[in-house]
Design a protein around this ligand. Structure first.
Ligand code: PMP
Length: 285
């Protein structure tokens, strides 16, 4: 039986209900996090919780529980669903009230969460993927992890209909990020990725890969890059909680470099693999 988290309660999935006037439902007025689970443990938990706090602050949304309490409940959710390799998703909306744009008085935030199994083998694409370039039509606060993902959804659907696994978004000539990932290019042995400003979500995997690159002595430049630079990059890869490090070998009809994952991307994928293997080994004891 699938167990979900509703506020402070653990319920069978079928019993999970939200109010039809929940502002998450009416306005997308809420925030979320998705955290990878390896060896039954949440990966990079602190960074996710920091980002959650920041998203809440930016939207002036009150977190219903302390981060410690929330963490305990998420761990319990993982255990109750017997998740070893998976994904925890939770969201917090501003709450339910008669529909009005203004923040209602005396409203209580609503938390819902789930934990599902997601074996790594199902998500890794060692040979790389094809993506499509899609216009970034989103608002100007993409740095906040809000439930309002329609711009992302439309972009992903457009890419899918073009036979691609992901949409890479651009504002004019500037590449921003993917519909649900960050984008890196490799130029002359150096990683280049969009700076963490209001135009992108500062991905936890993005931060982790920048950290890994430092350990591997791979230089990283956080600056904007153009669609032209993307097409002519030595390597391209995307990062996200679900995708980890995924090579991109084709953008629409254009093949990137040799059409195979590049050596730097490979190094980062290997470093990621080793890290997950260590976590899983430690979880056995
Ligand atoms: N950008 C967007 C728009 C996303 O939705 C995501 C995934 N939630 C990311 C980047 C990657 O973030 P993370 O590495 O934290 O999963």
């Amino acid at each position: 039986m699938t167990i979900i988290l509703y506020q402070d309660k653990f319920l069978p999935r079928e019993q999970g209900q939200v109010d039809m006037e929940d502002r998450g439902y009416q306005f997308g007025d809420g925030i979320y996090e998705a955290i990878r689970v390896y060896g039954g443990k949440m990966f990079l938990l602190d960074l996710h919780m920091k980002r959650l706090e920041r998203s809440a602050r930016e939207l002036r949304l009150k977190l219903p529980y302390s981060l410690e309490h929330l963490t305990d409940n998420l761990n319990q959710l993982i255990r109750q669903n017997q998740i070893n390799e998976g994904l925890v998703y939770f969201q917090i909306t501003r709450g339910a009230a008669h529909r009005q744009h203004l923040f209602p008085d005396h409203i209580e935030s609503v938390l819902t969460g789930s934990a599902v199994s997601l074996p790594r083998e199902e998500t890794l694409r060692p040979n790389g993927i094809k993506v499509s370039l899609v216009d970034d039509i989103r608002w100007l606060r993409c740095d906040i992890k809000t439930l309002n993902l329609l711009g992302n959804v439309l972009a992903r659907q457009e890419a899918h209909e073009k036979g691609s696994e992901e949409a890479i978004l651009h504002r004019g000539a500037t590449v921003t990020e993917g519909s649900s990932c960050n984008v890196f290019i490799v130029q002359n042995g150096q990683l280049v990725t969009h700076p963490a400003d209001h135009f992108i979500l500062n991905g936890i995997t993005r931060l982790h890969v920048i950290d890994l690159a430092g350990k591997l002595n791979i230089p990283v430049e956080e600056r904007t890059f153009s669609t032209d630079e993307l097409y002519h990059a030595d390597e391209v890869f995307i990062t996200s909680t679900g995708a980890e490090v995924k090579p991109v070998v084709q953008i629409d009809e254009r093949v990137i470099a040799s059409g195979k994952p590049g050596s730097i991307t490979q190094k980062l994928m290997n470093a990621f693999d080793e890290e997950v293997a260590r976590i899983k080994a430690a979880a056995l004891y």
